[in-house]
Design a protein around this ligand. Structure first.
Ligand code: INS
Length: 567
C-alpha cells in the first residue's frame, strides 16, 4: 500500500512514498517534491527505514562523475595494476628463471614462489581494514607502495630460491593492502550510478596488469636474466602512485569519521559538482549520524565493536556471507590456476610457444572485463553472474573431458605427454578453446563482481567486512596457488577440472538464493535490502526502479538543458 507523507529535511519539504522491504511487491519509488524551486534536482531523498520517518538517504544524480572522482579512481587503480602485474609476471618468470637459482625448480618450489605473494596478501588484508579505519584509506594505500618497491627490489637481486620467496612475500603485503583499500576508496567516492563501473576500472587495471606482465614476459624470454627486468619494471607504478597521493584527499566518509568536516565538505563539493551547499551539508549530516551508530571511544574499540556488529546484526552478517561467498567462488572455481600456471599447463599439453597462448588467455580476461564495465550497472551484478557462472561450468567440464583424452602423466617435476609426432592433438586445441571461453565467462561476472564488496556493508563495518572478504580471496588464491600443480599430479587434470566444475555448480546455487541485485542502490541503502532476508525479488524491483528513475532524470536534464529537481 502506498502512502503519501510529508518529510522535513532542513529547509526542504518533500512529499515521499513510504518504503517497505518486508514484502516482495513493495519498493521505494521516488516522487516529485512539493516545492521544486528549492531542491536541487540532482538529488533523491528516501526514508531510511519504515520506523524512522525523519532519517533520509540522499543520492546525488550527477550526469557524469566529476574530474576529481575520475582522477582519484585512476590513481587508486594503480594498486589494481600492481595486483595484476605482480600476480601476472610469475607465470612467465617461472619458466624464464630456469636454472638461475642453481637448479631446476620442482613443482613444489614453483608453488612456493607463487603462493608466497598470496600468503603475504592474506596476512596484510586482515590488518589493512583496521588500519584504513584508524589512519585513513590514503596513507594505507601509500604504505603499500613502499612494500611493493622493497619486495620488487629483493626479487630483482635474488640469487637463491629463499630470497626470491622472501621478496614475493613482502610484495604480497603490498598486494593485499592495495586489493582491499583501492576498491574501498573508489566505492566510497563514487556517485551511486557509476559505482559499479568505477570499481571495475580497478579490475581493468588488475587484468590489464596481468596482460602487460604476460606480454613483457614473453618479450623477455630470450633475454639473459630477462625476468629480473620484468620484476624491476614493477617498481615504477607504485612510485607514481606514492608521489601522486601526496596531493590527493581521503574519502569524505573517512574524513567525517575523524571529525574533519571542513575537509570532507571540500571533497564532497568537488565530487558532486552540481549539488548545492545545503545538500552537501545534509549529506555530511547523514554520514555523521551513520558514524555515531558504532559505539566506542577510540578506533580500536570501534573496530572491535565493528567485528561484533558484523556478526550480530543480521543484515551485516548477510552482507558478510555474500562478500566472502563471492570471493570464495572467484578463487575456488580455479581461474587463478590458469593465471599462475597457464604457461606450465600449455607447455605440458605440448605447445612450443606456451607463453603466447597464456597471453591470449590473459587478453580474453582483460577484454571481457571491459564488457563487464559496460554492463555491470545496466544489466546488473546478479544477472551477469547468472550468465557467467553457467558458462564457466560448461567450459570446465569440457576441459576435464579433453584432458582425459590427452593422456598426460606427471612424473617428478615434469609432465610427460604422448605426442610422439611433436604436434598438439585435437583435444589440446579443445582445451585451449575451452579455456579461452572459460576466461570470457569468468571475466564478465565473477572476476569482477566480488570486488564490489564494499557496497555490502554500512559505513560502520565496511572496512572490517572488506577485510574478511579480501582475506577470503587471498586464502582461496593461496590454496589454488599451492595445490594446483600437486592436484594435477595426484588427481589428474581431468579430476582437477571436474572438481572446479562441481564447485561451480554449488556457486551457482549460492548466487541464485543469496545474491540480491545491488546496482544503482545507495551504499547506505543496501542495508535495507539485506534486512529480514536476502530479498532477491524486492532488490531486483528496487534496482530497476532506481535505474529507470535516474534515466528519467537524465532525459529531463537533456531536454531542459539545466540541473533540475527530481525527488
Ligand atoms: O578480479 C581478479 C581478476 O579476475 C584476476 O584475473 C585474478 O587473478 C584475481 O584473483 C581476481 O581477484
Amino acid at each position: 500500500m502506498e502512502e503519501q507523507k510529508d518529510y522535513q529535511a532542513g529547509t526542504f519539504t518533500i512529499n515521499m512514498v513510504n518504503s517497505d522491504f518486508s514484502g516482495d511487491d513493495d519498493i521505494v519509488v521516488p516522487v516529485k517534491t512539493s516545492d521544486e524551486s528549492i531542491i536541487n534536482r540532482d538529488t533523491v531523498l528516501k526514508p531510511k527505514d519504515d520506523e524512522d520517518n525523519t532519517s533520509m538517504l540522499m543520492t546525488f544524480h550527477d550526469s557524469k562523475p566529476s574530474v576529481l572522482v575520475v582522477v582519484l579512481t585512476f590513481v587508486a587503480s594503480i594498486s589494481g595494476f600492481m595486483f595484476g602485474y605482480d600476480t601476472g609476471y610469475i607465470s612467465s618468470a617461472l619458466v624464464a628463471i630456469g636454472t638461475d637459482f642453481g637448479k631446476t625448480l620442482t613443482y613444489g618450489e614453483k608453488e612456493l614462489i607463487t603462493s608466497a605473494t598470496s600468503l603475504g596478501a592474506l596476512i596484510s588484508s586482515i590488518i589493512a581494514g583496521l588500519s584504513a579505519d584508524i589512519v585513513g584509506r590514503r596513507p594505507v594505500i601509500m604504505s603499500s607502495n613502499i612494500l611493493f618497491i622493497v619486495g620488487s627490489a629483493i626479487q630483482c637481486g635474488a640469487h637463491s630460491l629463499w630470497v626470491m620467496i622472501g621478496g614475493r612475500f613482502v610484495m604480497g603485503f603490498g598486494v593485499g593492502i592495495g586489493s582491499l583499500v583501492a576498491p574501498l576508496y573508489i566505492s566510497e567516492l563514487a556517485p551511486t550510478k557509476y559505482r559499479g563501473r568505477l570499481v571495475i576500472i580497478n579490475c581493468l587495471a588488475i587484468t590489464g596488469g596481468q596482460l602487460i606482465a604476460y606480454a613483457i614476459g614473453a618479450g623477455l624470454t630470450q633475454v639473459n636474466n630477462g625476468w629480473r627486468i620484468l620484476v624491476g619494471l614493477s617498481i615504477i607504478p607504485p612510485l607514481v602512485q606514492l608521489v601522486t597521493f601526496f596531493f590527493l584527499p581521503d574519502t569524505p566518509r573517512f574524513l567525517i569519521s575523524k571529525g574533519k568536516i571542513d575537509e570532507a565538505e571540500k571533497v564532497l563539493k568537488k565530487t558532486y559538482n552540481s549539488a548545492s551547499d545545503d545538500l552537501i551539508k545534509t549529506k555530511i549530516e547523514e554520514l555523521n549520524n551513520l558514524n555515531k551508530i558504532l559505539p566506542g571511544n577510540n578506533p580500536l574499540q570501534k573496530t572491535w565493536n565493528g567485528i561484533k556488529e558484523i556478526h550480530r546484526v543480521p543484515s551485516n552478517f548477510r552482507g558478510l556471507i555474500i562478500a566472502c561467498g563471492l570471493q570464495g567462488i572467484q578463487q575456488f572455481t580455479g581461474w587463478n590456476s590458469l593465471m599462475y600456471f597457464s604457461s606450465t599447463i600449455f607447455e605440458a599439453i605440448g605447445f612450443q610457444d606456451s607463453t603466447a597462448v597464456s597471453i591470449i588467455i590473459a587478453g580474453t580476461n582483460f577484454i571481457f572485463t571491459i564488457v563487464a564495465f559496460f554492463v555491470i550497472d545496466r544489466v546488473g551484478r546478479r544477472r551477469i553472474l547468472l550468465i557467467g557462472i553457467p558458462g564457466m561450468i560448461i567450459m570446465l567440464v569440457l576441459c576435464s573431458i579433453s584432458f582425459h583424452f590427452i593422456d598426460i602423466t606427471f612424473s617428478g617435476s615434469t609432465a610427460v605427454i604422448d605426442n610422439s609426432d611433436g604436434s598438439v592433438s585435437g583435444w589440446g586445441i579443445v582445451v585451449i578453446v575451452a579455456m579461452i571461453c572459460f576466461a570470457a565467462s569468468y571475466a564478465v561476472g565473477i572476476g569482477n563482481v566480488p570486488w564490489q564488496q564494499s557496497e555490502l556493508f554500512p559505513q560502520s563495518v565496511r572496512a572490517v567486512g572488506a577485510s574478511y572478504a579480501t582475506a577470503t580471496n587471498w586464502a582461496g588464491s593461496l590454496v589454488i596457488a599451492s595445490t594446483f600443480l600437486t592436484m594435477l599430479q595426484n588427481i589428474t587434470p581431468t579430476g582437477t577440472f571436474a572438481l572446479f566444475a562441481a564447485i561451480g555448480v554449488v556457486s551457482l546455487v549460492f548466487v541464485i538464493f543469496c545474491y540480491p541485485e545491488l546496482s544503482n542502490l545507495e551504499l547506505e541503502e543496501v542495508q535495507q535490502v539485506l534486512t529480514g532476508g536476502f530479498n532477491i525479488v524486492a532488490s531486483q524491483k528496487l534496482a530497476k526502479a532506481q535505474r529507470l528513475s535516474s534515466k528519467e532524470i537524465d532525459v529531463e536534464k537533456k531536454s531542459t538543458g539545466e540541473a533540475f529537481i527530481k525527488v
